[in-house]
Structure formats: structure tokens, C-alpha cells
Design a protein around this ligand. Structure first.
Ligand SMILES: Cc1cc2nc3c(=O)[nH]c(=O)nc-3n(C[C@H](O)[C@H](O)[C@H](O)COP(=O)(O)OP(=O)(O)OC[C@H]3O[C@@H](n4cnc5c(N)ncnc54)[C@H](O)[C@@H]3O)c2cc1C
Length: 347
């Protein structure tokens, strides 16, 4: 069931809006799709710009499996859901609406992005049937990690199975670490993990490793296992071992993987966004996409995928969005050029 939480701690966006600009109930200055750190951070800045903002969030943040989040200055060690709870509380102070729902369709009825001052450029529909219109659209829809296709990976994901050494390796410093990936991918990850421990094993799950990579592993004191992985073992609390096909196993306190990620949402493709080779959405300038009036922020377009970077991208998108709205309000809007050149078919 969709639920809207609206700000109660301060003025509402409508209360604060200059007189003489009434809007229909479902029409917003900005629709933010995705209420992770990128979307909420954008909403905070836009709310403080007195913009009428709605955030629609389907409640599947990328780091939901993590026990704690690290590296976010002043919030190091916070639980992922607590960070979002605090974010929602802060945006509510500025009259931002947050709707627990999923945007399932979005279109841009005026593709040149200049529908006229104050008019809606985007239309969207949620799973619960709510229709929303907005002058600008920010997609902060995130990505989803592809877990290793190994029994036990999902069970220990976020508490012994991790994708990001920057986020979680310090908690396993000096422990027995494994790097899981296809051939060279496991080698690169294993070399990186040596920053945190000198007990590292590269596991390629049946994929070969060439002579050059074998030599690099040897030079850095990293063990190599190329046989297929049968399962991850441990108790209710923690990962304990990697079991290979044939029954042999090694002790392991934490396994880091490098098996890729995919976009959480198909909306960027639906709205004509271009994708980079690595699968992220192409952005330029201050989080602009090639579709006028459409912005992206967070992991979906980011190469450094940290909470704090996602939040910063959201804030940067918000300033660009507000600038465009200001130009339109003054009747000075220009069509933003498409400066992107690298295009490929959406995933
Ligand atoms: C296990 C794990 C641990 C991590 N630990 C850390 C850490 O310690 N420190 C750190 O800096 N980073 C960490 N990260 C990375 C961090 O989670 C991401 O960088 C961050 O969440 C990106 O924020 P975002 O707002 O771009 O996307 P997300 O946080 O993924 O939020 C996107 C939101 O958009 C919603 N959404 C998607 N499509 C739609 C739609 N169509 N309609 C409505 N809503 C939609 C999703 O449900 C989700 O709530 C970790 C990641 C993982 C997987």
C-alpha cells in the first residue's frame, strides 16, 4: 500500500510558495525517483529552494543487506536504514513529500524540455496507480549487485560476503580474506585486498589465470585457487570457509567479490538515456543526461559508488535543477545542448 509522509515540522512547500501560482495536486516542480542518499540529498536542497518536491521510493536500497555503513563523515558505522530514516526526517522539515511506491512508467511529452514556464515536462505513473507530473525529473534509482552464483553467497551477503573493500575490509583487517571473480577480475581484487591483510586467496571458480597474473600473485604473497567453488560455509553468525568441488576447503573470514552490477531500474532507458560501457548512465555537467530536464545521481551514474558521493551527486543535481527552474520562471530558459557522445543500447 502506498503511503505518503509529509513534513510537519516547518512550513509546507505550498505554504511557502509565492502567491498566484496555484498548481494541481499531482503536479510538482521536481519528481525524484529513488529515496536513497542521492535522492534524499537532492530533495533536501530542493526543499530548501522552496520547490515543490515529491520523492517516490520503492524501498530497496543497494546496501540493505549491510549491518553498518562506513566512510560517511560524521555517520561512520550507522545502520543503512537509520541513515535513510534520518534523511526522510530532514526533508520532511521542508515540505518534501515521500511516497512509498514504485514509478513503473515515465515519459517526456515535450522532448525538447521547454514546455513553457511552469508547465510539466514529465509524466509518471506509480505501481499503485498514482499519476504524477513534474517540470524536472531526477532519477536516483541506484544499482543492484550481481552476487556470485555460489551456494551461501546470499546468506552471508553483508556479513562476510562483500563487494567493496573500502566499505568493509577494515572490519576484516588481518583476517583470512578471499577475492572471488572470473580469472583476472579475482587477481585485481586480491591485489587490492593486500592493503588490509597479508592472508589473501584469489578464487577464480574454475576460470584460468595466465602466467603473468600467477607471477603477480606470487610476488605479492597471494594464494590462488582455480577449482570451482561448491559453497560457502559457516555458522549462523559468520562465514567460516570456502568449500571447493571435490570437498577440499579453505578457512575464510570474509569473501569479496567482483561479479558486476546492473541498473536497478529500466526508467533511464525508457527516457532515452545513454549508457557507458560499464553500464552506468552517461551524465555530463552537473548530473545532466542527454534528455533535457532529466537528471541522474548516485550509483546509477557514478563510478565511485559511496554513500557520501551519491549524496553529493544528489546535491549537485539539485543546484542544476533549481537553476533551470529559475531560468524558466524568468522566461529565460534555453534548450540545453546534448554534449554526450558515447552511446550504447540500454541494458
Ligand atoms: C552490501 C553493501 C554495503 C555497502 N556499504 C557501504 C559503506 O559502508 N559505505 C559506503 O559509502 N557505501 C556503501 N555501499 C554503497 C552504497 O550502498 C551506495 O553507494 C549507495 O546506496 C548509493 O545510493 P543511491 O541513492 O544512488 O542508491 P540506493 O541507495 O540504492 O537507493 C536507490 C533507491 O531507489 C529506489 N528505486 C529504484 N527504482 C525505483 C523506482 N522505479 N521507483 C521508486 N523507487 C525506485 C530503490 O528502491 C532504492 O531505495 C554498500 C553497498 C552494498 C551493496
Amino acid at each position: 500500500m502506498a503511503k505518503v509522509s509529509e513534513g510537519t515540522g516547518g512550513r509546507s512547500a505550498r505554504d511557502g510558495r509565492p502567491r498566484g501560482r496555484p498548481k494541481p495536486r499531482d503536479s510538482y516542480d521536481v519528481l525524484v525517483v529513488g529515496g536513497g542518499p542521492a535522492g534524499l540529498s537532492a530533495a533536501l536542497v530542493l526543499g530548501r529552494c522552496r520547490r515543490r518536491v515529491i520523492v517516490v521510493d520503492s524501498g530497496r536500497p543497494r546496501n540493505a543487506a549491510a549491518l553498518r555503513s562506513h566512510g560517511y563523515l560524521t555517520r561512520d558505522g550507522i545502520g543503512p536504514h537509520e541513515l535513510l530514516r534520518l534523511g526522510r526526517e530532514e526533508v520532511a522539515r521542508y515540505g518534501v513529500e515521500v511516497l512509498d511506491d514504485e514509478v513503473v512508467d515515465a515519459r517526456c511529452p515535450s522532448p525538447d524540455g521547454s514546455p513553457g514556464p511552469g508547465a510539466a515536462a514529465f509524466e509518471a505513473e506509480t505501481r499503485s496507480g498514482r499519476r504524477l507530473r513534474s517540470r524536472k525529473l531526477l532519477l536516483a534509482t541506484g544499482v543492484r549487485d550481481v552476487l556470485p552464483p555460489v551456494e551461501g553467497a546470499e546468506r552471508y551477503y553483508g556479513r562476510g560476503v562483500h563487494h567493496c573493500p573500502y566499505c568493509d575490509a577494515w572490519e576484516h583487517r588481518d583476517a583470512r580474506l578471499a577475492a572471488y571473480g572470473a580469472g583476472g577480475a579475482a587477481v585485481g581484487l586480491a591485489l587490492s585486498l593486500r592493503t588490509w591483510s597479508d592472508r589473501v586467496t584469489a578464487c577464480t571458480d574454475g576460470r584460468p589465470v595466465d602466467a603473468g597474473d600467477r607471477a603477480r600473485l606470487r610476488r605479492n604473497g597471494i594464494a590462488l585457487r582455480t577449482e570451482p567453488v561448491a559453497r560457502l560455509d559457516g555458522d549462523d553468525e559468520a562465514l567460516g570457509a570456502i568449500v571447493f568441488e571435490g570437498g577440499r576447503s579453505i578457512r575464510c573470514d570474509a569473501l569479496f567479490f567482483n561479479t558486476g552490477q546492473v541498473q536497478r531500474s529500466t526508467l533511464p532507458g525508457m527516457l532515452g538515456c545513454e549508457y557507458r560501457e560499464e553500464g552506468q548512465v552517461e551524465t555530463h555537467g552537473k548530473q545532466h543526461t542527454c534528455t533535457p530536464g532529466l537528471f541522474m545521481a548516485g550509483d546509477a551514474d557514478g563510478d565511485v559508488q559511496f554513500l557520501i558521493v551519491a549524496a553529493a551527486e544528489g546535491a549537485r543535481a539539485a543546484t542544476a535543477i533549481n537553476r533551470e527552474l529559475q531560468d524558466e520562471d524568468r522566461g529565460e530558459a534555453g534548450v540545453r545542448p546534448n554534449t554526450s557522445s558515447r552511446a550504447r543500447a540500454p541494458r
